[in-house]
Design a protein around this ligand. Structure first.
Ligand SMILES: [Zn+2]
Length: 158
């Protein structure tokens, strides 16, 4: 598990943040360029809604009106189709985001084993479509968004 936590002024970690398995964390790292692009668009006052699935119920979003990188768990209330954000997660100011990226690169420098981990959706097992659909890490919500993600991943759009 890799923890990203807000620390209290007294120096101890708070509940605010997240703990990801190495593969899910790698999915975040693989999204760094896209996230930075979204941030730049935001700084140029462009309308922006960037949302990318990290694994399980977790997403990273960058959206007009909020000068943060939002790392957050979503869930689908019973009887609905819509994913809604939960309290679990953290909003990083852009300066904090830069610090996080720097810390990750240092960590990966020391820990090749973590740097080399592949995200679940890249795994060999997921070359089988049904395995992918059944994977709670890749398809936590069996809804339209998951289907679209799937089509993209497998290039099923014609
Ligand atoms: Zn998976």
């Amino acid at each position: 598990m890799i923890h990203v936590r807000q620390y209290a002024v007294e120096g101890f970690p708070t509940k605010m943040g997240f703990a990801f398995p190495a593969g899910r964390f790698k999915q975040l790292v693989n999204s760094f360029d896209q996230i930075d692009k979204a941030i730049n668009s935001l700084k140029e006052n462009k309308e922006m809604l960037y949302k990318s699935h990290l694994g399980g119920g977790w997403y990273v979003t960058v959206a007009t009106g909020y000068y943060v990188v939002n790392l957050r768990r979503f869930w689908v209330p019973p009887g609905t189709q819509l994913e809604v954000p939960t309290k679990a997660g953290i909003c990083l100011r852009f300066s904090e985001w830069r610090e996080l990226k720097k810390a990750v690169m240092e960590m990966y420098g020391d820990r090749k084993d973590l740097a080399d981990v592949e995200p679940c959706n890249m795994s060999f097992a997921h070359q089988n479509l049904l395995d992918y659909l059944d994977c709670i890490e890749c398809c936590p919500f069996k809804n339209e968004e998951c289907e679209n993600e799937l089509r993209e991943l497998y290039g099923l759009y014609n």
